[in-house]
Design a protein around this ligand. Structure first.
Ligand SMILES: Nc1ncnc2c1ncn2[C@@H]1O[C@H](COP(=O)(O)OP(=O)(O)OP(=O)(O)O)[C@@H](O)[C@H]1O
Ligand SMILES: [Mg+2]
Length: 355
């Protein structure tokens, strides 16, 4: 007879399940609400707030399989409580939310991807600098909208915390003449709570409007990967001038890029273009071009979506290093071929959305 099962054992096992699109697991996010053990039978309850039907399915399948793999478990039941984010709920009642402007900001541009890790933040950071330009600088802000894994602070070498004025307006951090903000700046340790109920939607709605952006020509939003609650709230409540979709040439990334594109099309936000990242590796040793993730994917997808392919950004050690060192490539080496591709992409954005 083996030792009786404990809820710690069950939770430890569930920690192996990451929330889709995030590096954190469902237990640390506070989503596992209840664990019941009856001899060799286990039942858990998981609460989710999402409009994406694939997420509960995926978590349920994974959780069931993980629990059944524990020695001594004969039967595992996973109950899911799924609630829709507020904006979706409102839409279901027939009232589409108004997409309103952010005061003082001429153009809000969203940088999105379907798949995680394709280089969205790298692209957003470099594009923001390219949009700012060198001479006759445009006024540009950049906001990291990923509350669970903010990376803009790192890419700009700042861990300065923004301060709020007495009126509750949050002051962005200034770096390289850009106004930087991250939706994760204010959360610090409280992130699990934010996923509960419709809070993530409310927080997202309020946050962008609580920042003291001043007057901006462009505000670049670095969206989290996929089409989750934060992204849906933003596309439904902020008047976006356009979206840029980042993908790698791989089929798996392209399929997800299509889903992200569909989200913008549904709410009538024009897609300015596609940026293919990690397009190829230019080997510094032999000068050859290696198509690590295949080739032609970005071009085909852009044609399919009837949008321009704004840039093909190579996999490049210096690009990664510049981001890790807190000085995006477009700032540290603006004349490099890769930086120029961002400046060219910015030119297209400027033509479509004149400052
Ligand atoms: N073209 C490139 N060449 C070399 N490294 C790159 C390139 N693009 C991105 N990277 C590196 O890949 C990693 C992931 O990039 P990044 O954080 O921009 O992706 P992301 O799509 O924003 O990820 P997430 O989905 O987690 O938000 C980073 O370390 C970044 O420096
Ligand atoms: Mg990112």
């Amino acid at each position: 007879m083996s030792a009786p099962l404990t809820s710690d054992e069950i939770l430890a096992q569930l920690r192996g399940i990451k929330y889709p699109g995030y590096t954190r697991d469902i237990v640390s996010f506070g989503l596992v609400k209840d664990v019941q053990i009856d001899g060799t039978r286990v039942a858990v309850r998981i609460a989710l707030t999402t409009a994406d039907a694939a997420i509960p399915r995926q978590i349920q399948e994974q959780a069931t399989a993980m629990l059944e793999a524990i020695p001594g478990v004969s039967e595992a039941t996973v109950h899911l409580d799924v609630s829709a984010p507020v904006s979706k709920a409102l839409q279901a009642e027939g009232g589409a939310l108004p997409q309103t402007k952010i005061e003082g900001v001429k153009h809000v541009i969203a940088v999105a991807s379907g798949k995680g890790g394709v280089g969205k933040s790298t692209v957003a950071a470099n594009l923001a600098i390219a949009l700012r330009g060198q001479k006759n600088r445009a006024r540009v802000g950049l906001c990291d909208c990923d509350i669970y894994g903010p990376s803009i602070g790192l890419m700009f070498g700042t861990n300065e915390r923004p301060v709020a004025t007495e009126q509750g307006r949050i002051q962005p951090v200034l770096r390289y003449d850009l106004k930087l903000m991250s939706m994760g700046f204010l959360l610090d340790g409280d992130t699990p709570a934010i996923l509960r109920g419709p809070m993530v939607t409310r927080y997202t709605q309020q946050f962008l409007r609580s920042v003291d952006w001043g007057n901006l020509d462009y505000l670049v939003l670095d969206l989290p990967p996929g089409t989750g609650d934060i992204q849906l709230t933003i596309v439904q409540t902020v008047a976006l001038s356009g979206a840029i979709i980042v993908t790698t040439p791989q089929e798996v990334a392209l399929i997800d890029a299509r889903k992200a594109a569909a989200m913008f099309v549904k709410v009538n936000v024009p897609i300015i273009g596609l940026i293919e990242n990690m397009s190829y590796f230019l080997c510094p040793n032999d000068g050859n071009r290696y198509n690590i993730f295949g080739s032609g994917g970005g071009e085909r997808e852009a044609a399919r979506l009837h949008v321009p392919l704004l840039a093909q950004v190579p996999l490049e050690i210096a690009l990664r290093e510049s981001c890790d060192q807190g000085r995006p490539y477009t700032e540290s080496d603006p004349a490099s071929v890769t930086a120029l591709s961002f400046y060219q992409a910015a030119e297209v954005v400027r033509r479509q959305c004149p400052a």
